[in-house]
Design a protein around this ligand. Structure first.
Ligand code: HEM
Ligand SMILES: *[C@@H]1O[C@H](CO)[C@@H](O)[C@H](O)[C@H]1NC(C)=O
Ligand SMILES: *[C@@H]1O[C@H](CO)[C@@H](O)[C@H](O)[C@H]1NC(C)=O
Ligand SMILES: *[C@@H]1O[C@H](CO)[C@@H](O)[C@H](O)[C@H]1NC(C)=O
Ligand SMILES: *[C@@H]1O[C@H](CO)[C@@H](O)[C@H](O)[C@H]1NC(C)=O
Length: 321
């Protein structure tokens, strides 16, 4: 029996769909051994640079982790966050979430220079992904599987950096929707927030919480207020995790249970809402937190990467080639 027109159409459509899915997975997918042939040393170069930066200043591990986050949440992990402003170009560095608080750029510059064997091969976006993972490991946190093959953008977006990055004054539903805009579940958002187990924040970011929030531990507040008065001291720093500021662990969640989260947004995760149970679970089981955090970081690293022949590999991460 001759195939009917509709069954032929069906076969054609099925074939086309199959082909597109196939193309989609190869062009959209990152791989673990992307640089195995073209730059085999680059993993060890990143690790060495990160370990040396973190041993001279432990906070740098936090700063490098945050750089990857601020890269990925703004139009995908494409190195856009690293582009410098100049007279004809506006990048993302002066966006409110970045301005005056994003750091680690010199460490990234150093890594690019260290790749003397294979200049222009490893993308800036991949360097950020590797540096973030190695930073967490250097501060005794979990490891996760690194995937590579991201390409660098030739543009940046100040306005997307302002609107896509979650802010410290958000409430729980604001945090959930900000992260769901990037494809993360509420559970993944709570896991990712555990990155506030390391690093420092400026007084200007949490002053309002110190003097106005009521879900705030009194003795914790009294200590912080000394370094963050009602006026002045905007740039004074306090640790995001007061109980173990340079160790990546689950103490952050234990702090939340005693109302000692630094930012309003941190404490929102434990404020009588739906996230309370997960905070308690992570506070009592570090392995669960580590597992979920690693999975969420892999997912974050997969956000909208440019691959194949899109974008470019910058030779200087601070400027388009
Ligand atoms: C969930 C919503 C989040 C909010 C509202 C938020 C907000 C902030 C703010 C306001 C600061 C301090 C900036 C300053 O001092 O001006 C900060 C620091 C930091 N954030 Fe987040 N963040 C969030 C999620 C994340 C995620 C997903 C990561 C990483 C995967 C991350 C990693 C860090 C680190 C490591 C620091 C310390 C950086 C340093 O010491 O240099 N944050 N965050
Ligand atoms: C960025 O920070 C600098 C120094 O703190 C300040 O002078 C400038 O006005 C800020 N820019 C924006 C766009 O907020
Ligand atoms: C959270 O914040 C948004 C925007 O500020 C507000 O509309 C909403 O009512 C708040 N939700 C809760 C539960 O407080
Ligand atoms: C405040 O923090 C201290 C530890 O610094 C803790 O012993 C106390 O229980 C906390 N108070 C509340 C209300 O959580
Ligand atoms: C300004 O920055 C852009 C983006 O990195 C770059 O393409 C351009 O060449 C730079 N211009 C100058 C004068 O450096």
């Amino acid at each position: 029996m001759a195939p009917s027109a509709s069954s032929l159409l069906f076969k054609f459509t099925a074939f086309t769909l199959y082909f597109c899915v196939l193309l989609g997975t190869t062009s959209g997918q990152l791989s673990a051994n992307f640089y195995a042939r073209t730059c085999p040393k680059f993993r060890s170069v990143i690790k060495r640079a990160v370990n040396s930066a973190v041993s001279s200043e432990p906070r740098m591990g936090a700063s490098l982790l945050r750089l990857h986050f601020h890269d990925c949440f703004v139009n995908g992990c494409d190195g856009s966050v690293l582009l410098d402003d100049n007279s004809t170009f506006v990048g993302e560095k002066t966006a409110r979430p970045n301005n005056g608080s994003l750091r680690g750029f010199n460490v990234i510059d150093g890594i690019t220079q260290l790749e003397s064997d294979c200049p222009g091969v490893v993308s800036c976006a991949d360097i950020l992904a590797g540096a973030a993972r190695d930073s967490v490991v250097a501060l005794h946190g979990p490891s996760w599987r690194l995937l590579f093959g991201r390409r660098d953008s030739t543009s940046a977006s100040l306005s997307d950096a302002i609107s896509n990055l979650p802010g410290p004054r958000l409430n729980l539903s604001g945090l959930i929707s900000s992260c769901s805009n990037k494809g993360f579940t509420a559970n993944e958002m709570v896991a990712l927030s555990g990155s506030h187990s390391i690093g420092q924040g400026r007084c200007t970011v949490f002053r309002n919480r110190l003097y106005n929030d009521n879900n705030l531990n009194a003795s914790f507040a009294a200590t912080l207020q000394q370094n963050c008065p009602t006026t002045g001291g905007d740039n004074n720093l306090s640790p995001l995790d007061y109980s173990s500021p340079v160790s990546f662990d689950n103490r952050y969640y234990n702090n939340l249970i005693i109302q000692s989260g630094l930012f309003h947004s941190d404490q929102e995760l434990f404020n009588g809402g739906l996230a309370d149970a997960q905070v308690r679970a992570y506070a009592s089981n570090q392995n669960t937190f580590f597992r979920d955090f690693g999975n969420a970081m892999v997912k974050m690293g997969n956000l909208g990467p440019l691959t194949g022949s899109s974008g470019q590999v910058r030779t200087n991460c601070r400027r388009v080639n």
